[in-house]
Design a binder for this molecule. Structure first.
Ligand code: DAH
Length: 360
């Protein structure tokens, strides 16, 4: 049969030109489909003589197989190409680090409380707690601040309401954490070593004061505790807390009703270009009040002052958080601004500990 070579060449060319499976199927139908050209030629065999039919039939079968093979090969190639294209487009780099999702943030005050608890725990201090609504006696009298003492005025106290006709002194929102000293000694006796972090309240509001703020009280009572132990403890604390190799503290004589002698403690620092640095420079920043616990305070808590003595201190937590983490305005601590929290906050699952580095 003449023309079969041309027919083959045309279909093979059409197969290789087909750019997707749909085009390839069209070629298959045009050649081998029921109404395709090769099928038509096959149908024509019936009109031939037996000899002619035998020769032409064999030729047509070979052609049919060749075209079929070309179609299959092309179909496989198109499949590979489509797969390669998907592999190119849809790859995933499993070696990339994951994207950590923050489970909220820890407030700097909570972080600092955890940090200082870890440091003092390492020095043998347990954590003590007391109520925020405190009796007048625990907040003042037991701490050697009797009713007419001028120190009461300095505390800008919030008073709780009393029932009509009840003439007892009203409860107060505790103005400092010092009443926890009395509660802890009354409960545990001496010797004792505790810190008491918590909320305190005073009627005051400006850039460096808020009506609620945080203090941590420290108390160490034993047979022979002295001011030297106080100084070492505070220096050790500051070095660990501010995470600097050395700090310098300055003890200034002061007066508190509940300690005798009393000292206020400043830390050496520098302010350069709005950046605060602890442990260097020529500025001093007050960070706490302290002293040897007054015998009257020991007596009020049921501890015999002829047998026991020791030191106490009270430190502003918000203040040292501002110093350590460079936070300029105290009021922002209590505004619950999520942007501020994300900036100054800490990852939820990082618990500060001395071995791992406090603030990482
Ligand atoms: N309670 C004091 C205050 O809030 C701070 C203070 C000073 C606490 C000296 C103490 C201390 O334990 O010894 O102003």
């Amino acid at each position: 049969m003449d023309g079969l070579d041309a027919l083959k060449a045309r279909f093979i060319a059409a197969v290789s030109a087909a750019s997707d499976e749909a085009a390839l199927e069209e070629v298959r139908l045009a050649a081998l489909g029921k109404k395709g050209e090769i099928s038509a030629l096959m149908a024509g065999l019936g009109k031939m003589s037996p000899d002619e039919r035998k020769a032409a039939g064999a030729q047509l079968n070979v052609l049919k197989d060749e075209i079929d093979a070309a179609l299959r090969a092309k179909k496989a190639a198109l499949g590979d190409a489509a797969l390669n294209e998907r592999l190119q487009a849809e790859w995933l780099d499993v070696t990339l680090p994951g994207r950590p999702r923050r489970l909220g943030t820890i407030h700097p005050v909570s972080q600092v409380m955890e940090e200082l608890t870890a440091i003092f725990a390492d020095m043998g201090f347990a954590v003590a707690e007391g109520p925020q609504v405190e009796s007048d006696w625990y907040n003042f009298d037991a701490l050697n601040i009797p009713p007419e003492h001028p120190a009461r005025q300095e505390h800008d106290t919030f008073f709780m309401a009393r029932a009509e006709g009840d003439n007892r002194p009203p409860h107060v929102l505790r103005t400092h954490t010092s009443p926890v000293q009395i509660r802890a000694m009354a409960e545990q006796g001496a010797p004792i070593r505790v810190i008491a972090p918590g909320r305190v309240y005073r009627m005051d509001m400006d850039q460096t004061h808020t009506p609620m703020f945080h203090q941590v009280e420290g108390l160490a009572i034993d047979r022979d505790i002295s001011m030297a132990n106080l100084k070492w403890t505070l220096e050790e604390f500051c070095r660990a807390f501010f995470e600097v190799p050395s700090v310098e503290l300055r003890f200034r004589a002061s007066h508190f009703p509940f300690t005798e002698p009393s000292a206020e403690v400043d830390i050496r620092c520098s302010w350069e270009g709005g950046q605060l640095k602890i442990g260097e420079g020529d500025k001093w920043m007050e960070i706490l009040g302290s002293g040897m616990v007054h015998p009257k305070v020991l007596s009020a808590a049921g501890v015999d002052p002829t047998q026991w003595q020791g030191f106490a201190f009270g430190m502003g937590i918000d203040r040292i958080a501002m110093l350590k983490y460079g936070i300029p305005d105290l009021r922002a601590f209590f505004e619950s601004d999520l942007r501020w929290l994300r900036h100054y906050g800490f990852a939820a699952l990082d618990m500060p500990d001395l071995a791992g580095g406090l603030s990482r």
